[in-house]
Write a protein that binds this ligand. Structure first.
Ligand code: ASP
Length: 337
C-alpha cells in the first residue's frame, strides 16, 4: 500500500523569498514550490499532505511555544501517517529536533527535519534534494525517531549541531555516527539506529517555559555579577565549561556562586565547550568542586540537547534527585554510555 507522509512547513530559508529586509517566508507560496517538483508526484514517492503553519517563522523565532505547536500537530495526525517531514529553518533546527525527541515519547515512526541553505526560489537551491530524500526516509519506517536529513546524511536530531552558516552541509553530529548515508542508495546504519528502551505507547509531552540559562565560561568572566540571577531566578543552568568540564577553580567567585545556586535548588549541568567529547565532572581537580555542590555531567550531550532535556525534565515536575539522575541517563540516544 502506498505510504503517506505529512509535511509540516514551519518556515525557514527553504520557502523564503527576497524582500527589502532580506529573505523572509511568504504565506501560501510554498505550495506552488512543491507543485513545481515533478518528482514529488512520481510513483516511487509516498503520497503527502502539506500543513502550513501560521505564522511562518524564521527559526530564530521558534521557541518553547512553537515546539509545543509542532509536537501537538504531529500527535493529532500520528495515526493517519507513516511518517512526518518538518520543514524548518536551519538556525535553531538542532534545538527543535532535540526538543521533539523528548516530547514525542514512544515515537514509532520517522520524524525527519530538513530545510535548506539556499531558498527554493533560487536556481542552486539545496531544498529539492533535501525534501525528496526526507520524504523517502519518512516513508520507509526504518529510522523511527526524530532525525535531521541534510546534504546526503541522516543524523540523530538530538546529536546534531549547526556547524556552518554557509556550507550546504550545515549540520554535523560530532559525537555520534550518522543514522544513514544517502548516495545512490539510502544506506541505514543498523547499529546507529539503536535506541535505549522507549516508553511503550506514543505520548506527546508539552514543555513548560521554565527559566533556564546557558552560561559559556571564558577567561576573566566576572562571576560575582552573575550570581544573583543564577541563584534567584534560574531553575537550571547549563554551564559550558572548558575541556572535559573544567572551571576556574582558583577563583572563589564561581565556585561560591555555584554552591549558593545549588543550595537554593538550581540544577547545574556541565557541558563541554569542545565541539566533540565528554564533559565528566571529577576527571580533573579543576572540576571536582562541581561534584561537591551537586552539579551533574552532560557527558557527550550537545548543548542543544541539554537545553531541550532540561525543559523536558522540568516540565515533568520531578524530584530534584530524580531529575539529576535522568540528566545523566541516556533517554533518547542523546548520550553515549
Ligand atoms: N534564518 C534561517 C532560519 O533559520 C536560516 C535557514 O533556514 O537556513 O529560519
Amino acid at each position: 500500500m502506498n505510504k503517506k507522509v505529512c509535511i509540516l512547513y514551519t518556515g525557514g530559508t527553504i520557502g523564503m523569498v527576497p524582500t527589502e529586509d532580506g529573505y523572509a517566508p511568504k504565506k501560501g507560496y510554498f505550495r506552488s514550490l512543491l507543485d513545481d517538483i515533478s518528482q514529488l508526484r512520481h510513483e516511487d514517492m509516498p503520497t503527502w499532505d502539506l500543513v502550513e503553519f501560521d505564522p511562518l517563522l524564521d527559526s530564530s523565532d521558534i521557541s518553547v511555544d512553537e515546539w509545543n505547536v509542532i509536537g501537538s500537530a504531529i500527535a493529532a495526525r500520528y495515526d493517519k501517517y507513516d511518517g512526518f517531514v518538518i520543514l524548518h529553518g536551519t538556525d535553531t533546527m538542532a534545538y527543535t529536533a532535540s526538543a521533539l525527541s523528548f516530547m514525542l515519547e514512544g515515537l514509532g515512526k520517522p520524524v525527519v527535519m530538513t530545510g535548506s541553505q539556499i531558498p527554493m526560489c533560487e536556481v542552486r537551491s539545496d531544498g529539492r534534494d533535501n525534501i525528496i530524500n526526507s520524504m523517502m526516509i519518512a516513508s520507509q519506517g526504518v529510522a523511527n525517531e526524530v532525525s535531521i536529513y541534510f546534504a546526503g546524511k541522516l543524523i540523530r536530531g538530538n546529536r546534531a549541531t549547526k556547524t556552518s552558516a554557509d556550507d550546504l552541509i550545515a549540520f554535523t553530529s560530532p559525537s555520534y555516527p550518522p543514522l544513514a548515508s544517502v548516495g545512490i542508495d539510502i544506506k541505514y546504519s543498523r547499529r546507529g539506529l539503536q535506541l535505549p528502551e522507549q516508553p511503550a505507547n506514543f505520548n506527546f509531552r508539552a514543555f513548560k517555559r521554565v527559566p533556564i540559562a546557558v552560561l559559556k565560561l571564558f577567561p576573566g568572566m566576572r562571576f560575582d555579577l552573575l550570581e544573583p540571577i543564577i541563584a534567584e531566578k534560574i531553575r537550571g543552568v547549563i554551564l559550558e565549561a572548558f575541556g572535559s568540564g573544567n572551571i576556574p577553580s582558583q577563583d572563589p567567585a564561581l565556585v561560591n556562586s555555584i554552591r549558593r545556586a545549588s543550595e537554593s535548588g538550581t540544577l547545574i549541568a556541565v557541558c563541554s565547550q569542545c565541539y566533540q567529547g565528554t564533559a565528566r565532572i571529577g576527571t580533573y581537580a579543576a572540576s571536582s568542586k562541581l561534584r561537591d555542590f551537586g552539579a551533574v555531567s552532560c557527558l557527550d550531550m550537545t548543548t542543544e540537547a541539554a537545553v531541550a532535556k532540561l525543559y523536558y525534565l522540568f516540565s515533568q515536575d520531578m524530584e530534584p534527585d530524580t531529575m539529576k539522575r535522568a540528566m545523566e541517563t541516556n533517554l533518547r540516544g542523546e548520550i553515549s554510555i
